[in-house]
Write a protein that binds this ligand. Sequence first.
Ligand code: SAM
Length: 182
Amino acid sequence: MFADDYNKISHEYETSWFNGEATTSQEIIKFLSPYAKGTVLDIGSGTGFLLDYIDIHSDHYLGIDPSEGMTKMLKLKHPNHKVLISTVKEQQIETFDLVVALHGSADYLTKEEILSAAKSPNCFLMFCRPTTIAICHSEKIREHIYNNVDWRFLLSTFLHVFTSKDGYVIATNIEGAIKCLS
Ligand SMILES: C[S@@+](CC[C@H](N)C(=O)[O-])C[C@H]1O[C@@H](n2cnc3c(N)ncnc32)[C@H](O)[C@@H]1O
C-alpha cells in the first residue's frame, strides 16, 4: 500500500520534498557523512537521497525499498548501486557497518523489521520530523508515532542526538529506535 503511494509520487518526490527543506537535508548529511564508512544498508532508499550527497561505492551499498517507482528514479541516477524492491521483512539482512532509514523511512518500519535489520549492524540511524510524516501514512501509524516518539529527544546512547533549527531530527541507535516503538 505504501509502495503504491510512493509509486504515484516518485516523479515529483524530490522537487516537492526538497522545497524549503534543503538546509535541513544538508545538515543531516553533514552529520551523517563521518559514519558512512564501510558497508551501508539504506532502508527506504527512495530516489537515492543518501547517494546523492554521500559518495558510497556501489560495492558497499545496498538499498531496500518496496516502491518500484522510487527505485527507478534512484537507478536513473545511480545505475550501479543495488536496490532490492522489497521490505526488510521479506529479506535476510546481513551484516552492515551502517544501517540508515532516512527522512521518514523509519516511520514505516515495524518493530520486527527494525529488529531484523539490527541483527548485526553497528548502529541504526533514524531521522524524523513532524513535517516528514507523509500524507500516505495510515492513521494508525501516524497516531502510533505521535503517541510514542518524544519528538524533542529520543533516549539514545548514540554519539549524538542531532536536532535541527526548523524541526526535529533524531539520530539514534537501535536501542532508541526500539524504545520509541515498543
Ligand atoms: C519519505 S521516503 C524517504 C526516501 C529516502 N530515504 C530519502 O531520504 O529521501 C520513504 C520511503 O520509504 C519507503 N518504504 C515504505 N515502506 C517501507 C518498508 N516497509 N521498508 C522499507 N522502505 C519502505 C517508501 O517506498 C519510500 O521510498
